[in-house]
Write a protein that binds this ligand. Sequence first.
Ligand SMILES: Cc1cc2nc3c(=O)[nH]c(=O)nc-3n(C[C@H](O)[C@H](O)[C@H](O)COP(=O)(O)OP(=O)(O)OC[C@H]3O[C@@H](n4cnc5c(N)ncnc54)[C@H](O)[C@@H]3O)c2cc1C
Length: 421
Amino acid sequence: MAESADVVVIGAGAVGLCCALELARSGRNVVVLTRDEVGIGCSLGNSGLVLTSVCGPLAEPGAIGQSLRAMRDPDAAFRMRLRADTRFVRWLWNFRRCCTREAWRAGLVYTRDLIRAGRPIFEQLAKEAEFGYRHAGVLALFKDEASFESKAAANQVLAELDIASQQLDRKQVRQMEPRATDQVVGGFLFPEDAHLNPRQFLMAMAGLAQRAGVRIVSGATVSSFLTAGRRISQVVSSAGNLSCELVVLAAGAWSPNIARRLRLPLLIEAGKGYSLTRHDGEGGFVRPVRLGEIRTVVTPMGGSLRITAKLDLVGLNLDLEPGRWERIPVLARDYVRLDDGFASIQPWSGLRPLTPDGYPLLGFHPAIPNLLLATGHGYLGLALSTITGRLVSRLAANGDPGMDIAPMHPARFTNGRRAGP
Ligand SMILES: Cc1cc2nc3c(=O)[nH]c(=O)nc-3n(C[C@H](O)[C@H](O)[C@H](O)COP(=O)(O)OP(=O)(O)OC[C@H]3O[C@@H](n4cnc5c(N)ncnc54)[C@H](O)[C@@H]3O)c2cc1C
């Protein structure tokens, strides 16, 4: 006979672990099934930012043209490999439809509010466990006068949307960040932003969840489901069968492959990024620095220093392409003084689970009443992890999330239908 649990959470990244913790604290008996060790996934090697200063959808006017032009530039921040695959074409078609000023603005405002709703939860968790959570702001640096000025104009729009920044000239930048090079012409401080150490965060969430009674089974690859009518009755994984009342799908960029077992088409594309981490100190940085034109982030995180960059729409593969990561520290050195040690570091790659419109897929799926989706968090899954956990546990308790979650409707691209026969 299959083992049983109230709730099975699939995935132990930041999102799955926060869901498991909140569900267990609300009194549910929770088992987390994860293919890899705890935290292995996109949540491990990211920039560690909990920020509102960059939280708008990737779909904005001009985004497609920009990434097509970038296909010829090996140093470009974004890249896209066109594929003749119907799911990718549908994703692109929906992405293209969202590339309007109005949709971008609405997405930014909604996401800003979600991140703000999650911040007190981070602060509470930081009292319970150490994961390097610091509210020190993020500094954005620019070395090109024209892009500095255009960012100043863009920041006016952010200010109208209640996201404050402080403009800094060359001298003020150097006072605030002595490691800035002479090439930097100016910058902006976003005081609202915070950062943390992702590895410590994942370990802390796993520890708190286990203390709350969650059982985490690693090496458990979910391969299929048994159903009874429209409901899932058992989750089938390499660790055996588990019967349950409720399934939370939180498998990041792999979620569509798992949902396909239920004949649910999910529009999520993987956006590959790279990071390089040194573990011998924070390199003299006190806060994260965003290197404006090259969309690279340097984050000091609890005794280590990490550089993160690139967003490549190249499918579900974690291949390390030297042409994409080798020059990351070289380009970063135009903005900040970094020592040579990054050259010998083995890079990490991770896959952001990107939806076309930038909103996560969150809520009960209309086709399968006991399937809750908590996925598709794009480039903000860490920042959105705590509020996602809270919303999922409220939905599981009484179906009332306590806020408007309609924009995240999990079947918004498919009208709730199932694919296939
Ligand atoms: C370079 C880079 C920088 C980033 N910086 C930031 C940042 O500063 N701030 C921010 O908020 N976000 C950032 N992100 C995005 C963020 O990392 C992701 O949105 C987030 O990690 C997604 O979390 P997740 O839990 O959904 O997925 P993941 O962390 O990828 O976890 C997925 C889980 O599913 C499991 N799984 C997969 N398949 C199966 C299966 N068949 N059976 C069982 N388990 C399975 C995996 O083992 C894993 O545990 C960044 C991403 C990248 C690549």
